[in-house]
Design a binder for this molecule. Sequence first.
Ligand SMILES: [Zn+2]
Ligand SMILES: [Zn+2]
Ligand SMILES: [Zn+2]
Length: 257
Amino acid sequence: MNTHGEIEFLGTGTSTGIPVIGCDCEVCRSCDSKDKRLRTSAIVRIAGKSILIDCGPDFREQMLRATSSVLDMVLLTHSHYDHVGGIDDLRPYCYPDHFPVFAQCNVLEDLRERVPYCFTENPYPGVPQFKLNVADADHSIDFEGLHIEVLPIWHYKLLINGFRIGEHLAYITDAKAIDDAVVKILKGVDLLVINSLRKAPHMSHMSLEETLDAIKRISPKNAYLIHMSHDMGRHEDVSKELPDGVHFAYDGMIVRF
Ligand SMILES: [Zn+2]
Ligand SMILES: [Zn+2]
Ligand SMILES: [Zn+2]
């Protein structure tokens, strides 16, 4: 498989999105389009396939803005609303064939509860139809010639999925801690996408300092930060503070790997 491709960032914001409803901080009031962040999600295009990572509540708007609407599968990192809230909007992708979903067993169970009408014996005509595939941490996914490593990532006490897609790209969101075994797998990867919430510590998401430490351990050629809160600051200001090779991603950004 050709392991070069591109990632298009559909959303780079934390669960509230930016601007936060009713907030008048300088980030939420900023006119810079790079300070407007939908919920975190991305499309990875590699080996002729388009892989959606997470399907949050902004999914529909994100796909209307994306450079291509083609999708072949979705990888879910975990079942928090900001990562799965748009699942019903996958409807256009579910016909004629059921749309492939890859997630941990417990995430698939949560999906059945979130959209139960998709999983009844005789579903109402037109409801989304999914092909559920178990992708537990520490396993790999083989999908039509694509090879994806599933990485166990700590989101506080919840073990969620990170992904290494092909040789060059790793994608980690909502991490609070990354085990040494995962660092070993990712060591020196070309492009690391990784979450960073804000400067102050947080119980379940890495702060900027913690993210920069994780980046040092993994030592990728380039790292792109995602899942930012308005407390992180403005894109223009924070970008100047980042070390070489670390970039503040924004919605609509496309990076080739
Ligand atoms: Zn999240
Ligand atoms: Zn704000
Ligand atoms: Zn989460």
